[in-house]
Design a protein around this ligand. Structure first.
Ligand code: RIB
Ligand code: CA
Length: 321
């Protein structure tokens, strides 16, 4: 099992990613850190707890980061994920005392220093990681792998012509992180996640499964489907973050390019990831950017890890039954 810290901003697709990670025997999720992004950190913490409670994994600690990006005010994505961050449909949840703690950056620093072979799966803005680097410059060099969902290379942004939400919310943090690693960050950008669409067919399958986890996944994605149709005439919803978890487990799902990334911090192109595949600036590669994905193979892993007991039905549905 690989030890991972998941840094996330739950968020509907983050919640699906947490579910996949916790149902995957290859991963030992040792902690969850919450960054401000889709929702303010307090709401993100509650939503991470919802997933842990559903799977009886309240043993996993949740730590909140700061509610502000490195050098700008927070802009949330509650228009996309709902005010409560999970589709504004679930009942309120009681949070036991101490179930959610402060100190995400302290937790990252302490854990990376005390434990060996810990990886980070980053599913939101990079604020927590960057604040850890500001405290200890070389801290991320202790991580075994860093997989990040973010950025856009040969596709348009989802917050502007060029900005992808995670990197657009806090571009300064992206540069602090990418300038202070000694092995390439493995990037899962919109170029590949846009191919990961939870279609109406897949959602109907969740509804027909008649079990709590499937119902949860069906319920929280309704708001997200409505947003996708209204915003971009997509039928279904793009579930970005689960691909980062699936790729961590099975890198052969994707393929890509070793290159250099930096993020535009100001002006109309703020949040754009500049990918130097022409090697104009001869900089040391700091990113492996994934540009291709086998989406069928992803959904096979996604359904079989979360619902191993439904393997036969999974295969039928995946074949377009
Ligand atoms: O741009 C998509 C990313 O922004 C996803 O991680 C989504 O959860 C939001 O954080
Ligand atoms: Ca996210």
């Amino acid at each position: 099992m690989k030890k991972v810290i998941i840094d996330c901003d739950p968020g509907i697709d983050d919640s699906l990613a947490l579910l996949l990670a916790l149902k995957s025997s290859e991963l030992d999720v040792i902690g969850i850190t919450i960054c401000a992004g889709n929702v303010p950190v307090e709401i993100g913490g509650i939503n991470a707890y919802r997933v842990l409670k559903m799977l009886n994994r309240e043993d996993i600690p949740i730590y909140l980061g700061d509610n502000n990006p490195m050098r700008r005010d927070l802009v949330t994505a509650q228009d996309t994920h709902g005010d409560d961050g999970v589709g504004d449909i679930l009942p309120k949840v009681e949070i036991p005392k101490d179930a959610i703690k402060l100190g995400a950056v302290d937790y990252l620093l302490d854990t990376l220093k005390e434990k060996e072979n810990v990886s980070i799966i980053a599913l939101g803005p990079m604020t927590n990681l960057a604040k850890a680097v500001e405290r200890e410059r070389d801290i991320l060099k202790k991580a075994e792998r860093i997989v990040s969902m973010g950025g856009a290379f040969r596709t348009n942004g989802n917050c502007s012509q060029v900005g992808e939400f995670n990197y657009w919310v806090d571009p300064e943090s992206v540069n602090i992180v990418f300038e202070n690693v000694d092995r390439p960050i493995e990037l899962i950008p919109l170029d590949v996640t846009r191919k990961i669409v939870l279609t109406p067919n897949y959602r109907e399958y969740l509804k027909q499964m008649k079990n709590d986890v499937a119902q949860f996944m069906y319920d929280i994605t309704g708001f997200y489907v409505d947003f996708h149709w209204m915003q971009e005439r997509t039928l279904g919803c793009v579930i970005n973050d689960p691909l980062a978890v699936a790729y961590f487990i099975e890198p052969s799902l994707c393929s890509g390019i070793l290159t250099h990334l930096e993020c535009v911090e100001t002006g109309r192109a703020m949040g754009q990831t500049l990918i130097d595949i022409g090697d104009f600036y001869r900089k040391t590669p700091n990113v492996f950017i994934n540009t291709e994905v086998d989406e069928k193979k992803f959904f096979e892993l996604f359904f079989n890890k979360i619902f191993p007991e439904n393997k036969k039905d999974n295969e039928l549905v995946l074949k377009g039954y």
